[in-house]
Write a protein that binds this ligand. Structure first.
Ligand code: FDA
Length: 308
């Protein structure tokens, strides 16, 4: 119930204005977001890599309704990729992109514009010697996102895709995407979805995650297991052993600020561990989804909102 309320608040302009104006919200944002500038993202990636971790950087923003804004986001990624390469952080650092931030949700020619911008970002990543993974948003965009990534893979076979275990369709999608070299990030899914398309209980989502993981780990692609859930991480490790997957043929992924000690523990144990680092000023929707996953953080959030 609380999760659904928070996810509804993620789309509310009124709540957004209230939260963004609150001086205390900065404290909470700092925990999950590198900072507003490109340099902040590069500095956090540098520190993570120094600690033996990998990074994927996300320029915050989604549901762009302005074609010029979509161009600015594309340019922000190109600048970031140049800076990462100049700092010697590629290929340990890559980027994650939301297609809705680069035009997918524009009313006219959205898909075409997003594909063009995504193409330019992939070209920039190739120049920088690294990769791009395309985030998955709400279920109304799944087909379009899969289609765009399939198109991009003709030129950039390393382009990564995200699949969400809470969607009923995902088990079948995992079979389709477990092909040689295919980089697939598996996550539980972070949006408010109807019962017709998505499992609603924690148990059903977890069971689907395990089925999807089995398919990906037994397949020929490169699975990226994106979860903080200790049981699923343990099962992922066991599936790697069962399928004879050595280090370097799959990886774990977690979000910046969530279970940092576990991130370092896995890396010290020799696992490839990538941290998803958001940066930029459009943090509102991202923060509300993180609170929905962990309502225990709400007390901290509420206290921060009230503080000066
Ligand atoms: P779950 O939410 O059950 O959490 C398991 C445990 O992890 C909790 O008990 C707690 O200990 C800890 N934890 C989880 N969230 C926490 C938080 N916010 N603060 C503190 N502790 C927390 N989703 C999506 O729809 N599209 C996408 O493209 C992506 N991309 C993506 C990339 C990466 C690298 C990650 C790790 C996640 C995503 N997600 C995503 C988000 C994902 O769908 C999911 O919402 C979160 O990862 C939380 O799910 P868990 O699997 O961690 O389990």
């Amino acid at each position: 119930m609380l999760r659904r309320t928070l996810l509804a608040a993620a789309g509310s302009d009124r709540t957004r204005a209230l939260v963004e104006r609150s001086p205390g919200s900065r404290q909470v944002v700092k925990r999950y977001v590198a900072g507003p500038a490109t340099d902040d993202a590069v500095a956090v990636a540098d520190a993570l890599i120094e600690d033996g971790l990998l990074a994927t950087l996300d320029h915050l923003g989604e549901d762009t309704t302005d074609a010029n804004q979509a161009i600015l986001v594309k340019e922000a990624y190109l600048l970031l990729l140049e800076r990462l390469a100049a700092a010697g952080l590629t290929p340990h650092a890559e980027v994650s992109v939301k297609l809705s931030a680069i035009g997918q949700s524009l009313s006219s020619d959205g898909e075409k514009i997003a594909l063009e911008h995504a193409h330019a970002i992939c070209e920039g990543a190739q120049r920088a010697g690294t990769t791009v993974t395309f985030d998955m948003e709400d279920h109304s965009t799944t087909d379009s996102t899969l289609k765009i990534v399939a198109e991009l893979r003709r030129d950039y076979p390393w382009a990564g895709i995200v699949l969400q275990a809470y969607l009923r369709r995902t088990e079948a999608d995992c079979k389709d995407f477990a092909t040689p070299g295919s980089r697939v990030r598996l996550c539980k899914g972070a949006y408010r979805e109807p019962e017709s398309v998505a499992y609603q209980t924690t148990q059903d989502v977890d069971l689907s995650f395990v089925r999807c993981m089995r398919t990906l780990m037994a397949g020929e692609g490169y699975p990226m297991l994106a979860t903080h859930d200790p049981r699923l991480i343990e099962i992922g490790g066991a599936l790697a052993v069962r399928n004879g997957r050595g280090i370097g043929s799959y990886e774990f992924q977690m979000l910046f600020g969530v279970r940092p000690h576990e991130q370092k523990r896995l890396a010290s144990a020799g696992e490839r561990m990538r941290v998803y680092v958001p940066y930029g000023s459009e943090w509102y929707g991202y923060l509300m989804r993180r609170l929905a996953e962990r309502p225990a953080n709400l007390g901290f959030f509420a206290r921060s909102l009230l503080s000066k």
